[in-house]
Design a protein. Structure first.
Ligand SMILES: Cc1ncc(COP(=O)(O)O)c(C=O)c1O
Length: 426
């Protein structure tokens, strides 16, 4: 029998992996690089290079402005339909647009307007700061008539549903949460939150950035109201690739888009001087989409659809469990503790370990002068090292080597060589 914590076991798991062929479809030039940050920026799919080359040389270089009528104009809708399949929405409920923060602003504004007379917004203290900044900005914009209340996590890892229920009142207009939290990877029960919110006639706005492409989401089943999300993490759309937004069909006409621009106009090329809102989801657009970035996203979405989100989730669970088992055996004695939920059904596809020396340890992981492998996780203040598992390309062997390097760093106290001064981007 293969020893459970050995390299040969990791290799055996890789041979048994039903998704292993997908790894070959990413640009992976350096086999000594162990990339565990796909939850921040996904790897580059090989087909993306071809798609972008075509978009640049043929569509832009040769067809020029004609390309708008040859596909560019419909691209945000067309790819929105592909994302709709990944997040269990209707094809006419999702569109690519702007960044996650801008989309969150648009939908939160629309929701607060629709809920006029109600003055409370609920979020939590594990939410991504940009989301909170947007909500704080809206409170100011609505002249401080609203209060933003944050559900406090007792351990910084998970949320208590009973506490959440206690926060609702007849004043609750909107609940805005990350489906999977960025630091701890806590996964909210979307159906349960929707049910609680709807009982109180509140709307829920989900940030799906850390769940889309990593686990099954069914907005339809949860009767979700609103959602936004980015495409550069588990969807591998590339740096700054456009975000998406979802508005449930029956809310689309009821809600306004606060940033009216020509792409959300009924017929922009009539150049009417007064805005007429486009029907349906298109009205949530504002200006010209980043066509090249949108083009680069398509092959990446196709790969997720081809692999199937259930298979992706199955492997993600197996790999996050595997990482935790290795950590229990080799790392917990060295001062690490789990900063993510223990049970796999309560977490997304990244695992966080907390350590008082987290920053310096993550520096040593990335350092090519230390050991034979470069391991790229990311660090989140004050003491969290996040390891992203992207089942389309993460191998068991990589997870094994990442833990092995961590062991070496701790055994030899290698982290002591680094300063605690933070870089601009961690
Ligand atoms: C959960 C979450 N929400 C929002 C954002 C911000 O996204 P954007 O830069 O597209 O506005 C991020 C960025 O990493 C994120 O992780």
């Amino acid at each position: 029998m293969t020893e459970p914590y050995s390299l040969s076991k990791a290799r055996l798991l890789d041979t048994q992996d039903s998704l292993k062929a997908f790894r070959e479809r990413f640009v992976i030039k350096d086999s000594s690089l162990i990339y565990m940050d796909g939850n921040s920026l996904g790897r580059l799919p090989s087909d993306t290079v071809k798609y972008l080359d075509k978009a640049i040389r043929e569509q832009w270089g040769e067809r020029l402005i004609r390309s708008w009528n040859e596909g560019w104009y419909q691209q945000s809708m067309r790819l929105g339909k592909k994302i709709a399949q990944i997040i269990g929405a209707r094809p006419d409920e999702v569109i690519l647009s702007d960044s996650t923060s801008v989309n969150l602003y648009k939908l939160a504004y629309g929701a607060l307007k629709l809920q006029e007379g109600r003055h409370e917004i609920i979020s939590d203290d594990m939410n991504f700061p940009s989301d909170l900044y947007v909500l704080q900005g809206l409170v100011k914009q609505f002249e401080d008539k609203h209060t933003l209340r944050l559900l406090k996590s007792s351990d910084g890892i998970s949320a208590d549903m009973t506490e959440l229920l206690r926060m609702f009142s007849s004043q609750t207009a909107l609940v805005s949460l990350s489906h999977v939290t960025f630091k701890s990877s806590y996964l909210y029960d979307m159906e349960k939150v929707s049910e609680l919110a709807h009982m109180h006639k509140a709307l829920v706005l989900w940030d799906l950035s850390h769940s889309v492409g990593a686990l099954p989401v069914s907005l339809k089943k949860a009767n979700a109201d609103l959602a936004v999300g980015c495409t550069y993490k588990y969807l591998n759309g590339g740096p700054g690739s456009p975000a998406f937004l979802y508005v449930r069909k029956d809310l689309q006409e009821k809600m306004v888009n606060p940033i009216q621009g020509w792409f959300g106009e009924k017929n922009p090329f009539e150049f009417k001087l007064n805005y007429r809102s486009s029907p349906g989801i298109r009205k949530y657009l504002t200006g010209t989409p980043p066509v090249l970035s949108v083009s680069g996203l398509e092959p990446a979405l196709d790969m997720v659809l081809e692999a199937g989100i259930s298979a992706i989730r199955k492997k993600s669970i197996a790999q996050t469990d595997y990482l935790i088992q290795l950590a229990e055996k080799y790392l917990y004695g060295a001062g690490f503790r789990l900063g993510s939920p223990e049970f796999n059904e309560k977490r997304g596809s990244h695992i966080t370990f907390k350590h008082a020396e987290g920053y310096r340890i993550s520096k040593a992981l990335i350092d090519p002068e230390v050991g034979k492998k470069v391991v790229v996780p990311d660090f989140r203040e004050p003491n969290n090292i996040r390891f992203g598992i992207t089942p389309l390309y993460t191998s068991y062997e990589e997870i094994f080597h990442a833990v092995e390097k961590l062991r070496m760093i701790m055994d030899q106290k290698i982290y002591e060589r680094y300063t605690t001064t933070r870089g601009k981007v961690t």
